[in-house]
Design a protein around this ligand. Sequence first.
Ligand code: EPS
Length: 422
Amino acid sequence: MLKRIRFLTAGESHGPALMVILDGMPAGLPLNEEIIDQDLKRRQRGFGSGGRMAIERDRAEILGGVMGGKTTGAPISLLIHNRDWENWRERDIEPFTIPRPGHADLVGAVKYGYRELRLSLERASARETAARVAAGAVAKCLLEQFGISVGGYVTEIGGMEAHIPEEMPYSERFLRAEGNDVRCPDEVAAPAMAARIRSAMEQKETVGGVIEGAVLGVPVGLGSYAHWDRRLDARIGAAMLSIPAVKGVEIGPAFANARLPGSQVHDEIFLEENGSLVRKTNRAGGLEGGVTNGMPIVARVAMKPIATILKQLRSVDLAAGEPAPTAYERSDFCPVPRAVVVVEAMLALVVADALLEKLGGDSLEEIMPRFEVLRKARLSDLPMDNRTWRFLENQPPDSSGQARTMPSPTQTLENQDRGSEG
Ligand code: EPS
C-alpha cells in the first residue's frame, strides 16, 4: 500500500509504551516533539471517551532520525508512554474468557492459540492509533512544506447527520469542527450528536458514525491508473479500513453517485481565462483514474459502534464451556470525534507517500525544485500533437517517408519465425 514510506507500530494498550518507526522521510524536514504532541492531544479530546483519556497525557519522545531539529533521512523512531501502565504493572489480572462479539477476542484466540483473551485485546485496542497519529503528524509536516494540508470532521453520529453547505470551504469546516467536542462543523447538529452520545451512555450502548477527511492543495498527478496497487483511491481505501472499527470507506460521495446518472456525477472541465483547467464540483473526491486531479481528496469513513458495550450481549464462556453474557471492560462509548485525527493521520501518510513516489529524492533540498516544475492542469503545460496517428507510428518511417502501416498478425508471426531461424 505504501510505496516509499514504511512504518511499523508496536506496543500493547496497557503495556509500558507504544512505539512507531517511520522510514522513508527525506532529510532536512524541520521536526520537533511539540508538533507531534499537538495532534496527540487532539486525538485525546472528544466527547464519548471512557475513563482512559483522563489518565493519559500522550507525548511523543523522538528517539531517532532527528538531529538538530531536522530529520536526517534515517528511520524516525517515536515513543509514547502509557501512563495507565502504572496501574497495570503490579496488577493481578482477572482471567478474560468471554469473547465480545465484534472485537478481536475470539478470532485472535483461534488464530494465535491464546489461553487468555486479553492478549488479543491488548493489541487490537485502538490505543495503537496514538502511534499512527504520531507518524501522521510527521507526514503532515512534510506535506505542509508543499502547501498541502489535511483535516477532518464528523458528519454523522448514531444516525444524527450534519448539514454542511457544499460551498463551505474545507478550511472553515476544519476550524469549526475543532470548536466543539464532537468535531462537527455544523453547530446545530453538534449538540444533537452530543445528546445522541449521552443517550447511548444512559442506555448502556455505543454509537458509531461517519467521518470526512480531506486533503487540500494536492498537485495533479499523484497515484496512477497504470497499476492496481498504485491507484491512490485504492491506497486510501486500504489505509482507512486499517483503522480499528472502520468498516466502510468511499471516495467523495461514491454511494450517492452510484444512484445518479453519469451526467450528474462527473465534474465538468472548464477553461479559465488564464488557461487553467478547473472543476466547479468535486463529486470524484479529488481522484480520477486513481490519480489526483487537483481538487481536494475527500475520503468518507464509516465507523461501527465499538464492541465493548455495557449492555450484555450473548456469548460463550470459553473456560466454563457454556453460554454466558459479555462482561464489561472500561472503554469508550463513541470514539468517532477522536477518530477524526486518526483518519487525518492515515490520509497524510498515504498522500505523503504518493508525493514522495512522484518526486523521489533523499532530502527536501532535492525534492523542492522538482515540486516547483510539476506539470499543471493548464493549456500551456499540455501541448497536443493534434494529428492522426497509429500505434506503430513511433517506428522509423519507410522509404516513402510515410509512417509504417500496422502489420497483420501473420506478418508479425512470419517476422518472428525468421528471427528465430537467424
Ligand atoms: C479501547 C478501549 C479503551 C479506549 C482505548 C481503546 O481503553 P481502556 O481499555 O484502557 O479503557 O480508551 O483507546 C485508547 C486507550 C486510546 O488511547 O485511544 C479498545 O478496546 O479498543
